[in-house]
Design a protein around this ligand. Structure first.
Ligand code: G3I
Length: 480
């Protein structure tokens, strides 16, 4: 049963307008193009992370724990990036070197560094045929399946609440034919991927859950189609997948395809977010710079493209160092590719971000008897400075899951809260992507760090689970 309620309230406090708003105001006046250009340039971000944030996106990098003592490396990291992916430290061989003995020192160090510097974390990777510890490589069948489930549960629980998105399964498709890659995990049964996703959702309902792969950038390739069909099937059957990661390691053998944007958009149209997760582009000079700029433009053109992560900081940090594929040279100087990337971010996209899953959490008690919820956006946009909250509820006997879409009006939001009143006898038991005040009666949900900012006209989502009857009636959304 879907229920949709919305109400607009309270204006945002006066604050500096985002660049896009300034530009549109100037353009709306009889201003000349030259004036607009000056305004854009004057207010443009000067770092990758800040500029991406102005577009409602993040800009991240892979980080190696043993480089956190390198002051040049850390200086660039802290200045430029607002998302980090541990390059190797969260992989199975690193986190569970002996069965059921977990080791988090290096991964915890990266997470602590990120949190201390206002960066978010992409978790990489829970289940993968590669970089397995020796004991797992030697396992098969039920024993391996159980070991995988235990590994995902333990690791996702350890980092619960600290991960923006998890690469739950990495590189499970074959390069040639669009089918699954043979591996010890695949041989445990074709359902191993969905089991991995359900296990991760149960352990950390607040993290977006991604499938991540390479050579899936070109829409015409069989591998791309294979992954697309799996995601489509997962969405149809309610397997909890929120996002698809495109590694995007580009070189002459696997070049940036002209249909890259089409690929991103087609996946997004399945109802998942898309993320560029391990970007590097071999080459140099203007050719490399142009390709970096094109990748950024493609992400900004796709509303559900959350952000871009490059696979290392300096060329010398890259797994393909000889291909000089990154944004900073070995001395830490900005390359032409950096400038092109920053310019593309500052030029902005035509499409503001639209969604921040996870959008659903499996109920822990009686499963729903109704079809999955769909949310209905408000028919008219809220006025400037306000926000609207739209509920989408899945009710079953004794419990419910409600997803809430927060939509900004004509001004960007820098913080928001949503208040609603639960029916007598009902209680919120769990929420994701929001901080909760109260669990019965009037309950207020406030943004968390990563979804504080919502661009004008854009939206973000959070959700909660409860016992009893789902809320209905007036929902108040407050900016600020
Ligand atoms: O730390 C040891 C060092 O002590 C030892 O002396 C040395 C000898 O070979 O190895 C070092 O470990 C290496 C590790 O990187 C840290 O540098 C491993 O051998 C090496 O295999 C490992 O490579 C990593 C690779 O994944 C493994 O598959 C790369 O750093 C990492 O960038 C790369 O990342 C992958 C993503 O996870 C998935 N997508 C593709 C991407 C590139 O291959």
């Amino acid at each position: 049963m879907d229920k949709v309620f919305a109400r607009t309230s309270q204006s945002a406090a006066a604050r500096p307008r985002p660049r896009a708003t300034v530009v549109s105001m100037l353009a709306g006046a009889a201003a000349v193009a030259a004036t607009v250009a000056v305004a854009t340039s004057a207010s443009a971000g000067t770092t990758l992370g800040a500029s991406a944030a102005e577009q409602g996106r993040y800009f991240g990098t892979a980080v190696a724990a043993n480089k956190l003592s390198d002051s040049t490396y850390v200086g660039i990291l802290n200045r430029e990036f607002n998302m980090v992916t541990p390059e190797n430290e969260m992989k199975w061989d690193a986190t569970e070197p002996s069965q059921n003995q977990f080791s988090y020192s290096s991964s915890d160090r990266i997470v602590a560094h990120a949190q201390a510097n206002g960066m978010r974390v992409r978790g990489h990777a829970l289940a993968w045929h590669s970089q397995q510890p020796g004991w797992a490589q030697n396992m098969s069948g039920t024993a391996l399946r159980n070991a995988m489930v235990n590994h995902i549960t333990q690791v996702a629980t350890h980092f619960k609440g600290k991960i923006y998105s998890w690469d739950v399964v990495n590189e499970a498709f074959d390069d040639g034919n669009g089918g699954r890659r043979d591996s010890n995990l695949q041989r445990t049964g074709n359902d191993w991927i969905e089991v991995a996703f359900r296990t991760a959702r149960a352990a950390d309902p607040g993290a977006k859950l991604c499938y991540n792969d390479y050579n899936t950038d070109n829409w015409t390739w069989a591998k791309t189609q294979g992954v697309y069909n799996m995601v489509k099937d997962f969405k149809a059957r309610g397997v909890p997948i929120d996002c698809v990661g495109f590694q995007s390691h580009f070189n002459n053998g696997s070049p940036y395809p002209s249909n890259y944007r089409t690929t991103l958009q087609n996946f997004a149209d399945l109802g998942v977010d898309v993320q560029i997760t391990e970007l590097d582009i071999e080459g140099s000079g203007s050719a490399q710079a142009t390709t970096y700029g094109n990748v950024v433009k493609d992400c900004l053109a796709v509303a559900r493209c959350n952000g871009i992560t490059v696979w290392g900081i300096r060329d010398s940090d890259s797994w393909r160092a000889s291909g000089t594929p990154l944004l900073f040279d070995g001395s830490g100087n900005k390359k032409a590719a950096y400038t092109s990337t920053l310019n593309a971010l500052n030029a902005g996209g035509t499409t503001p971000p639209t969604s921040t899953p996870p959008t659903s959490t499996p109920p822990t008690s009686t499963p729903p008897t109704t079809t999955p919820p769909t949310s209905t956006p408000p028919s008219t946009p809220p006025p400037a400075g306000a926000c609207t909250a739209t509920l989408s509820t899945n009710q079953w006997q004794g419990g419910f899951v409600t997803n809430v879409r927060v939509t900004a009006g004509g001004s960007a939001l820098n913080g928001w809260s949503v208040s609603l009143t639960l029916p007598s006898g009902s209680a919120v038991t769990n929420a994701w992507s929001a901080q909760t005040s109260g669990s019965t009666g009037q309950v207020t949900f406030r943004n968390v760090d990563y979804n504080r900012q919502v661009p004008a006209g854009g939206n973000t989502e959070f959700g909660f689970q409860g016992t009893g009857t789902a809320p209905s009636g007036t929902v108040s959304c407050t900016a600020g």
